[in-house]
Design a protein around this ligand. Sequence first.
Ligand code: S3P
Length: 437
Amino acid sequence: MGRVEVPGDKSISHRALMLGALAVGTSTFTGLLEGEDVLATAAALRALGASVRRLGPGHWQVDGVGVGGLLQPEGALDLGNSGTSARLLMGLAAGHDFLATFVGDASLSRRPMARVIEPLARMGADILAAPGMRLPATVRGLCPALPLEYRLPVASAQVKSAILLAGLHALGATTVVEPLPTRDHTERLLAAMGADLSVVPTADGGRAVRVHGFPELRPQRLEIPADPSSAAFPLVAALLVPGSEVHLPGVGLNPTRDGALRTLLAMGADVRIRERREVGGEPVGDLFVRSSALHAVDTAPEDVPAMIDEFPILFVAAALARGRSLFRGLGELRVKESDRLAAMASGLTACGVKVEEFPDGLAVHGSGGAPVPGGAWVDVRMDHRIAMSFLVLSLAAREPITVSDVGPIATSFPGFVSVMEALGACALGPGSAPVAP
Ligand code: S3P
């Protein structure tokens, strides 16, 4: 049986560093993701005056400056490809009376920022952005910020978290109402650090999250669980390649993140979950995966936030399933690191998979388990998850699939290619080897 040490959770790693920087005292983290996105957050926090140090692989220390204690950065903050870094740090900057400029790569500079600019402006920040409310953007924050009550127009954990981070710097309570529950790592960590925070379900299935300003946050010693969004790639690879058996230890099972696992189980995936436990305030478990004959699914719109990052690899699973899978309510996928509906539709079509593209989703006609034709070149459009998805599909294709660039994979899953090779995925394409028989 193959074993994959999936790297630390990206969302939690960003938040651990940022909230560690706001604590009073020294926090230490193990299992921190050392992908480019998280390293961009670490560099930005250093530029904002926090001491962020790497003690060893995945082992980091942050000396917090206390809520409101960050300093004006000397240069622009370059967040690379990372939407989470840009949006959450804009929230932090909104609560400080200084000027901070945010820049990113070509992909990040195309992504919408109005969703954070609008609420942060209501909290008193002055924000100047490039046309279309995109990066580069300069934030002049206000300290104390104005408290806010805000209903999110889109279910977004990044926007929720940006407002909560600004709300830590407001006098009184700031409330964010989300239409559907989104990942709640910010809330879990804030509560563990002693913030005055409440989460109340709303009558229409959402949640209202309220935080009071200027808490004294306790530093943390935190072990960060393996990222379920990264685990999804070797997991689907094992499902698709006949004869595979793979063990993925310590994977996060937070109910706001487990939608892909639930969907794959509904498709007939043989995944056993053992040793359910809590790590770093998050539910985790060990996953044991065996190759499986999958059947098609239709996903429900209310499940979308819990698997928002996993749709590219779910489309790949659907391409090998029996029947037509329908995924709707996915308009947000058009504004991720790439337009993921367009990228996946054109890549799958080039690989001989029949798809129907809708403004807010995709239908995928599965092969019933037979290898797909493959033999295509796929443009990954600066998107790590598009690259990994097609590399996994290549394992279940008659002819190898070539991706335009593996570079973006380092944003979330450094070592992905060697992990897959170690599982036996070196003979890609015709006669591909099973993933760790
Ligand atoms: C994230 C939230 C999601 C997700 C992203 C990480 C986070 O984005 O797609 O990869 O860490 O808060 P949205 O908030 O735009 O849905």
